[in-house]
Write a new protein. Structure first.
Length: 443
């Protein structure tokens, strides 16, 4: 009985009918002839309430199930499916309230639908998580209302389900699909087959303008009486490390995700691309110390190891120590490697403080410093100034935008590769830079 009352709720129609009866009884007080009619109507309404309750609670009612993915993809729209079945022999209106994880802080989530007698239906909605970690779902509450619509019955399903939120593996699948399709050019990507300069011989071919004259095969040229060149295979199995700054500079959010999470998502994708290109992929993070290290290797289990490591990256958002980064790289990475350093510099002074360490790292490795445009500042610079305050804001924004360009020039002046990118374009620009480096044979 207690459970019965606990799952019984009154609808808005019930309260409207109740107010109507109150109004009728007030009118009947002034016109006694109406009192008997109103009383009869009142008992008819009361009988409808009882009949409505019998309809709802006499049968098994509604069955529902929530289908969750094995893991969520951070920053992406993840589908959640709800399966419904109506065991009543009449049409019901359903109000679905899914108790979402606390990370969303959403208290007004509701889906309304209608289910015919003995019918089934699948409902899908999407969630976009913005923080890595464990996401706990509560009850799936389904409220059933008969055509009478005076009361409703609550059904509860799927209690306490947990889904881990990993770095964006959906983005990884997307770029892998693009890599084998003709859509690469639409995203600014292109597949490049580079003629290598290693000693691994591939073939002799006719000379065409643009071929390296150092590779001319003079014996084959003499036999054919035309220029012939040696062609070599692309150099492979080169170490590619993603170095993620998890310090204070990476805390800035854009479209809900922090710069750190953008870097983590890009690391997952570029590691997979590097492995597909027969290179070795590795990663590590740093702030006050270097940790979350995955040695660059080319094994079948390497992507799983990198994914699990990225999932467990814990942030402290303190000031990053680039001197510790330099010492650690010098000590642990002895082979010349490609280092993709995800960090952020807002001012030229911030770069100058770390520039000596970046220069020292770039002496032994190919260093690419990847930092971010402030897209909010770009919006300010494009707005029309209508007041003195707007002019001040626009001027300051243009100063910071220009300073980012100065940072790029300063890095180039010291022979350090760089990428200045909007957060949402980080993955594409990083892949393009990697392909460019492979094509030019810089590593």
């Amino acid at each position: 009985m207690k459970q019965l009352f606990k799952n019984t709720y009154l609808t808005s129609r019930f309260f409207k009918v109740t107010l109507a009866f109150v109004a009728l009884f007030i009118v009947a007080y002034s016109f006694p002839g109406l009192l008997s009619i109103v009383t009869v109507l009142f008992f008819v309404g009361l009988g409808l309430v009882v009949f409505d309750a019998i309809l709802l609670f006499k049968q098994k009612g509604i069955w529902a199930s929530r289908v969750l993915p094995e893991k969520l993809s951070n920053g992406d729209e993840n589908p959640i499916d709800i399966k419904l079945a109506n065991n009543y022999n009449f049409t019901v209106k359903l109000h679905l309230i899914d108790e979402l994880p606390f990370q969303y802080q959403k208290r007004d989530f509701e889906i309304k639908t209608v289910l015919k007698a003995s019918d089934k239906k699948n409902i899908r909605y999407t969630l976009r998580p913005l923080e890595r970690g464990e996401y706990y779902f509560g009850h799936l509450n389904v409220y059933a209302i008969t055509p009478i619509g005076l009361i409703m019955r609550r059904f509860q399903f799927a209690k306490d389900a947990m889904v881990p939120n990993y770095p964006s593996f959906l983005q990884l699948r997307k770029y892998m699909l693009m890599a084998f399709s003709n859509k690469l050019l639409e995203y600014g990507l292109k597949k490049i087959r580079r003629i290598g300069h290693t000693m691994e011989f591939e073939q002799i071919k006719d000379y065409v303008p643009g071929d390296d004259i150092r590779n001319i095969n003079w014996k084959a040229t003499a036999k054919r009486n035309q220029l012939m060149v040696n062609q070599f295979q692309d150099e492979r199995s080169q170490p590619v490390y993603s170095v993620i700054d998890k310090g204070r500079a990476m805390k800035m959010p854009f479209e809900g995700l922090s710069l750190l999470d953008y870097a983590i998502n890009a690391t997952l994708v570029i590691s997979n691309v590097a492995l597909k290109k027969q290179d070795k992929a590795g990663m590590f993070t740093f702030s006050r110390k270097v940790d979350n290290r995955v040695i660059a290797e080319r094994r079948p289990s390497q992507m799983h190891k990198i994914l699990e490591t990225l999932y467990n990256v814990n942030t402290n958002f303190v000031e990053s120590d680039f001197s510790r980064l330099y010492i650690d790289i010098k000590r642990h990475i002895t082979q010349r490697s490609l280092l993709l350093l995800y960090t952020n510099f807002e001012t030229l002074d911030a770069l100058h403080r770390q520039l000596p360490y970046l220069q020292a790292i770039s002496k032994n490795h190919l260093l690419v410093v990847i930092f971010f445009e402030n897209t909010e500042l770009h919006k300010l610079t494009n707005q029309k100034a209508e007041s003195t305050f707007d002019i001040f804001q626009k001027t300051i924004a243009e100063k910071f935008v220009y300073e980012k360009k100065l940072i790029v020039n300063e890095l180039q002046r010291h022979g350090i590769q760089s990428i200045l990118t909007a957060p949402e374009d980080l993955t594409i620009n990083t892949i393009n830079k990697y392909l460019e480096i492979k094509a030019r044979g810089l590593l």
